[in-house]
Design a protein around this ligand. Structure first.
Ligand code: KG4
Ligand code: ZN
Length: 334
């Protein structure tokens, strides 16, 4: 049987990425051009700048990725592209480019859901397979998803306000730690005392698996204002550590609750926040011998096209194909 070479294309936020993946699992290249420097001085991603940067970088990143994989366009069997959710102008660049490539090569085109892509990062370079429970935590999403099989998902819980990554970014900004906030908070927290300040985490209801981080965000902002007004010192490291602990506790608690409900033994993490070591360690510790915890290497947790190529490959195997009228959707749901 012939190998299937997928080209993955990802432009949903501020990373222009193209990856070549063999048979859904083997990464031949995963080229990521990050625009972080262009957005940093604005303290967050500026949508129009993101679109223009994607447009400039797209073709170069694709060529670089083919070169790293040591193949050429004619070797590509399948084109997989993120078509939502994400910044609409950013998504349109990748989708348009993918259509051009698929048309020119006369090869199948598959539109991939970005959240599904994050989940599939767990399959790359290993033989992990469904069923399992996945906590997808990124800048735009906090989802607890039960993956019964490839293409068969049940969203068991999600955030009712801010996403986990969004909370990290907002608090980092308030602490003057810059963008992206997650890695900056994690770094600052290393030298902080996580029990210094007790920040409340919203508990929705006993059997509800929803997340809510806006109350926590307000609590941290109120604390900072309060300290300033009283002229009391703010120990950035302690605030970062205490905030991180509150987020991680909420994530871990609901994840273990969901796993018990489904009676699964395998739990996976995905999305940018999944690269957080406190989250990885805490979940692993509290899971004990009851659950096996999986997480992709950090580079596959944050946005990348390898996960899109992987998800596209399994969609293609299931017979999902799109034509050249494929559109992009800012709010595509899983
Ligand atoms: O998955 P991702 O690259 O993009 C989205 O789809 O949103 O996730 C980016 C998010 C940002 O909010 C960033 O602050 C957060 O992931 N993040 C982290 C860490 N690394 C990235 N949050 C906590 N700890 C980290 N080490
Ligand atoms: Zn993402």
């Amino acid at each position: 049987k012939k190998d299937i070479i997928a080209m993955g294309i990802e432009t949903s936020c501020d990373e222009t990425s193209v990856s070549i993946v063999k048979n859904g699992r083997k990464i031949l290249s995963n080229t990521i051009f990050s625009q972080i420097k262009q957005h940093q001085r604005f303290g967050g991603v500026v949508p129009e700048i993101a679109s223009r940067q994607h447009l400039e970088a797209m073709a170069h990143v694709a060529e670089q990725s083919l070169k790293e994989a040591d193949i050429s366009f004619k070797d590509v069997d399948l084109v997989a592209v993120t078509h939502g959710p994400g910044l609409i102008g950013a998504l349109l660049v990748g989708v348009s480019y993918a259509k051009g490539v698929a048309y020119a090569l006369n090869k199948p085109l598959v539109g991939v859901n970005h959240i599904e892509g994050h989940i599939f990062a767990n399959f790359l370079e290993n033989n992990f397979a469904p069923p399992f429970l996945c906590l997808v935590v990124s800048g735009g999403h906090s989802h607890l998803v039960y993956i019964n099989d490839y293409g068969d998902y049940e969203v068991m819980g999600r955030t009712i306000d801010d996403a986990a990554g969004e909370a990290f970014d907002k608090i980092a900004r308030a602490l003057g730690l810059g963008y992206p906030g997650g890695p900056a908070i994690e770094e600052a927290a290393k030298s902080g005392n996580e029990t210094a300040i007790s920040f409340p985490v919203a508990h929705i209801e006993e059997n509800d698996l929803s997340f809510s981080f806006s109350g926590l965000k307000s609590a941290v902002l109120n604390y900072l204002n309060h300290q300033k007004q009283k002229g009391e010192p703010i120990v950035v490291e302690d605030v970062a550590a205490s905030f991180q602990k509150a987020v991680v506790d909420a994530l871990v608690e609901n994840t273990l609750k969901a796993a018990q409900l489904k009676d699964v033994r395998e739990i996976a993490l995905a999305g940018g926040v999944a690269s957080n070591h406190k989250l990885r360690n805490e979940l692993t510790k509290r899971a004990g011998d009851n659950f096996r915890i999986h997480f992709p290497p950090p580079i596959l947790c944050t946005d990348n096209a390898a996960m899109i190529a992987c998800a596209g490959y399994y969609q293609y195997l299931r017979g999902v194909k799109h034509d050249l009228s494929l559109n992009a959707y800012a709010n595509l749901s899983l």
